[in-house]
Design a protein around this ligand. Structure first.
Ligand code: NAI
Length: 794
């Protein structure tokens, strides 16, 4: 087409970015790459290779090594060797390296941007203006955490060697999200990029080495899922950080269960994009473009479910269709395009199949009459309307440029529809009425909420999911903690086995205070008989019967979970009220000190003075968490954008707590109190051996104004009860303290609904030491951070 024709048609001409820099770099390596280990490229041990292709043309860009378990082994050995001296540099020493990485990214921004666009197929406009600047920002921000680490994070130390597995949708950005905090805080890394997009990670590693990063600190092992699996299994790795599909996230959770490895998972989503009738329509339409056509919709937090207020639905959809007609799909290096290529043929087929299914299920598909390149992996922007909330396309992550639209009548209905998903990564709310927007935001079950905006990210603002979108946060202080472990916990040793229950000397051998009552269970604010009507006999160390304790079963656990679900008001009760109730609980326990001391000594055989110490410490712990209840606040972040992000510490929901035998009253209180303080409802399984002490607690609860259902206690056989709790889909978190097997079981079985887990792996906790057994570590595990981005200022 001539220039004159372009003028006539008012169409854009091609504006391609040159790619000679990338071609030269590839040529310099003979378009063939090994793993980057110990500061240099080395081939795969077994010589196997994979191809990485340009999605826009299908042409091979380079050959990469297919990592074997042996290659992973080499990389972990090198990373282990390098870790001590890297940690030894101290925060300030490392900060200089991390700053250097940020500057290195900026210096080579064009090379990175073009390479990313070619390898992934995304528009150069996005890699140049978003991905690469954000990568640099992540390194700058985390260089700052390294700088402050020795003073601000002095109670923590690095985990050691971390394994990081990343997807193909934001190859270099995901590297930055993971590598920047890990290295800044003193860990060394083995990174496994996605098999489809390994090149920017290899370029990064090469340039990092050139800019002085010590050898072995950052290692890149390329390959497919099998390489990732070998990294996950490796014993030398202290943590796995994964971003990718929920399906693989589940496999990794199950694989690492009981291993003691720490784990963060950033998984899929089906995020709602809610437009109220008072929204600024033009901005909201532009928002949709950014929500679902950014990166061809291959974004974990893509706003992929459009929920429009009924009154404006038709007008909004009409305007959106008009806007779609002006979108341009084309070669990623064309600076004038809106959408590039889909990552690979299999994803393209998956998207087509899901759209086909949507149409089959009654949705109407709108595809604008625009050109898409004939060859290569392209899919046009697509809008599905008339979608049923329960249909496949409204519930499954499509991971492509496909928006599904529904309407709602009232704000309550909008919230119900928005939360009608197993995911909970992000949400976007559009309204010019700030009261309405800020009324809706807290009700959304999502880790990130954007008000009148979408897809905003910053290194200083945590990112991560609720529910099956995974757990842990990346970015911000909460993200930094994911790469640290508390010093106080490092001295923990495996728990000594409790001596076996003695044989009862004689059936009439009772402790004097016993058997005036058979303890029941405590469910929904009431003492209730166990479903099976059975009880367990509690025996003293001298072999005497102390009393009878209710033997709960699966049905009792289910009833307790149901009662906890019903007590939802606790999550939104004022922090002042929660503080008062916990104080009162402490006072009521204090009033019964003598009774608890007598029971503890009779049951565990400890000296009276030790029992007194336990009761006193338990009372103190309740007061501590009463104090924390209205003080463990979030933060207000000021990202370099026109807005602020409110980081809110929200309760997780219903938490199951499995208590150990040691210090049975104190450990029980130490576990349930932080959860309650933060607004969670609890189903607790007290120590199997000494559960009677929790049964004595029923009366303290009954006189303490704790609303019904907030704390439920089911005594009985721990393993059986714990299994039911860990399997239950209405339980959002499980804390398992006790033997290692229980930790492993709780983690392995958490995969159904991706429960948050907090376990001790059979390591004994000194419940008397506040540095070990109370405070921020427990509080952080009792909340999930929601970041609400709101426009603010000029
Ligand atoms: P995936 O989850 O299979 O791959 C992500 C990373 O995990 C890659 O590096 C891969 O090699 C690795 N991996 C695969 N199996 C593994 C295993 N068993 N152990 C350890 N590592 C393993 O994602 P995939 O196949 O690339 O895409 C499939 C779907 O996943 C997409 O359609 C999309 O729905 C979702 N997805 C979500 C992403 C997100 O950011 N939430 C990113 C990429 C994909």
């Amino acid at each position: 087409m001539s220039v004159a024709n372009y003028f006539e048609s008012l169409d854009y001409g091609l504006a391609p970015e040159a790619d000679s820099n990338v071609r030269d770099w590839l040529k310099g390596h003979d378009a063939s790459f090994g793993h980057f280990i110990d500061g240099a490229f080395r081939p795969s041990k077994d010589g196997k290779t994979l191809s990485t292709r340009e999605p826009a043309t299908g042409d091979e860009l380079a050959k990469i090594a297919q990592g074997s378990a042996e290659d992973v082994d080499d990389a972990v050995a090198v990373a282990t060797k390098a870790q001590a001296s890297w940690e030894g540099l101290g925060g300030k020493g490392r900060a200089r390296h991390i700053y250097a990485l940020a500057r290195m990214v900026q210096r080579h921004a064009r090379l990175f941007a073009v390479l990313e666009a070619l390898d992934n197929g995304k528009p150069i406009r996005e890699t140049r203006d978003l991905d690469i600047p954000l990568v640099a920002r992540h390194f700058y921000h985390h260089a700052g955490w390294a700088e402050l680490q020795d003073t601000e994070l002095a109670d923590y130390k690095p985990i050691g060697v971390v394994g990081q597995i990343i997807p193909w949708n934001f190859p270099l950005l995901m590297l930055a999200w993971k590598v920047a905090p890990a290295l800044a805080l003193g860990n060394t890394v083995v990174l496994k990029p996605a098999e489809a997009t390994p090149l920017t990670a290899l370029l990064f590693a090469e340039l990092a080495a050139r800019s002085g990063l010590p050898a072995g600190v950052l290692n890149v092992v390329t390959g497919d899922g099998a390489t990732g699996a070998a990294l996950v299994k490796h014993d030398g790795v202290g943590k796995i950080a994964f971003t990718g599909s929920t399906e693989v996230g589940r496999i990794i959770r199950a694989e690492t269960a009981g291993s003691g490895k720490s784990l963060t998972l950033e998984l899929g989503g089906k995020s709602p994009f809610i437009v109220f009738d008072d929204a600024d329509m033009e901005s909201a339409v532009e928002g949709v473009v950014d929500a679902i056509w950014f990166n061809q919709g291959q974004v974990c937090c893509a706003g992929s479910r459009l929920l429009v207020h009924e009154g404006i639905h038709d007008r909004f959809i009409a305007r959106l269709k008009e806007r779609m007609n002006a979108l341009r799909v084309g070669h990623p290096l064309d600076k004038a395009i809106d959408m590039g290529a889909i990552i690979e043929q299999s994803q393209l087929e998956r998207i087509s199949a899901l759209v086909g299914k949507g149409v089959e299920e009654g949705a109407e598909a709108y595809v604008p009459d625009i050109q898409t390149p004939e060859n290569g992996c392209f899919y046009p922007p697509t809008l599905l309307t008339g979608v049923e909330p329960a249909s496949t396309v409204a519930t499954e992550e499509i991971f492509g440029p496909v928006m599904v639209a529904m309407s709602f009548r009232t704000p309550d209905e909008a919230v119900a529809l928005a939360n009608n998903t197993r995911y909970g990564l992000a949400a976007s709310v559009w309204s010019e009425n700030i009261s309405l927007a800020l009324d809706i935001a807290p009700q959304l079950k999502a880790g990130v909420v954007w008000v009148n905006a979408t897809n905003l990210f910053d290194a200083g603002v945590g990112f991560g999911g609720y529910r099956e979108s995974g757990y842990g946060r990346e970015g911000g202080l909460e993200g930094a903690y994911e790469y640290l472990k508390p010093n106080a916990w490092s001295a923990r040793k495996p728990r000594k086995p409790v001596p076996p229950v003695p044989v009862v000397e004689a059936t009439d051998s009772f402790e004097p205070m016993a058997v005036d009552r058979t303890a029941k269970l405590y469910i929904g604010g009431k003492q209730v008989r166990p479903d099976g009507n059975y009880s367990l006999t509690v025996i003293s160390p001298k072999g005497k019967v102390i009393g009878e304790m209710g033997e709960g079963n699966r049905k009792d656990i289910r009833n307790a979970v149901q009662a906890a679900r019903k007590a939802a008001g606790w999550a939104t009760a004022s922090t002042h009220l929660r503080a008062q109730i916990l104080y009162y609980l402490g006072e009521n326990l204090a009033a019964r000190t003598d009774e608890f001391v007598a029971r503890l000594s009779a049951m565990t055989g400890v000296k009276k003075t030790d029992a007194e110490r336990e009761v006193e410490t338990a009372i103190g712990r309740l007061f501590t968490y009463a104090a924390w209840a209205d003080k463990f606040d979030g933060a207000v972040h000021s990202p370099p954008l026109r807005g602020v992000a409110l980081a809110m510490n929200e309760p997780i929901g219903v938490a199951g707590v499995i208590c150990p035998d040691e210090a049975p009253l104190l450990s029980f209180v130490s576990l349930v109190a932080p959860l309650m303080a933060m607004g969670n409802r609890v189903v607790a399984i007290p120590s199997e051996r000494y559960g009677l002490i929790a049964a004595d607690f029923y009366q303290v609860l009954e006189t303490s104004d704790v609303p019904a259902g907030v704390l439920n206690i089911v005594t009985g056989y721990t393993k059986e009860l714990a299994r039911t709790l860990a399997d239950h889909d209405d339980v959002d978190a499980v804390w398992a303290f006790g033997d290692r097997e229980i930790s492993e079981m709780a983690e392995a079985r958490s995969v159904g609904n991706m429960k948050r887990t907090f376990v001790d792996n059979g390591l004994a906790t000194n419940w008397y030491d506040p540095k070990v057994a109370e405070g921020r570590l427990f509080l952080r595990n009792a909340v999930q951070v929601k970041n609400i981005w709101i426009p603010y200022g000029e």
